[in-house]
Design a protein around this ligand. Structure first.
Ligand code: HEC
Length: 127
């Protein structure tokens, strides 16, 4: 009985889920178009990125307190030609890739999705 009920529920929710997924994809596609031209990041995603940064990155990369930092300073990163440790050109692909894959001493964050990475990049651009 219970199982039947939940199956029914799932079936009735499905169109709504598909709709939400579709909207999310459309949203991401437009975000990617923006990243290619590298215009100003939208303030909402930078604000979201700040939250992710405080949660995942701040312990090592504190942008305010240099004395507590155990990892390279990321302030002004997007104004530099090369990334501080790996000496790669500062691009969304390289910086986002480093976040996902980690580095010699930085842990990887493979579970962060595209939107979270985009938000983190948007925030890094404000530093
Ligand atoms: C446990 C400490 C630690 C955490 C947490 C951490 N990092 Fe790092 N990060 C490092 C270290 C150490 C480096 C220097 C390069 C290396 O050894 O990987 C680094 C390097 C970097 C670089 C420069 C890469 C380059 O090419 O030079 C970026 C950008 C970066 N981190 C972003 C982030 C972001 C964004 C987060 C959060 C999602 C984060 N880091 C979380 C320790 C950390």
């Amino acid at each position: 009985m219970q199982l039947r009920l939940s199956l029914k529920l799932t079936a009735s929710l499905l169109p709504a889920l598909v709709l939400v997924a579709g909207v999310a994809c459309a949203h991401q596609a437009s975000g990617q178009g923006q990243a290619a031209g590298q215009p100003q990041a939208s303030p909402e995603s930078a604000a979201q990125g700040r939250k992710h940064f405080q949660h995942y990155c701040q312990t090592c990369h504190d942008p305010q307190d240099g004395s507590r930092r155990t990892a390279p300073d990321l302030t002004g990163l997007y104004g530099r030609g090369l990334t501080p440790a790996m000496k790669q050109p500062v691009t969304d692909a390289n910086v986002g890739g480093h976040i996902k894959q980690g580095g010699p001493r930085m842990p990887p964050f493979p579970w962060l999705d595209k939107r979270e990475i985009a938000a983190l990049l948007a925030y890094l651009k404000t530093l």
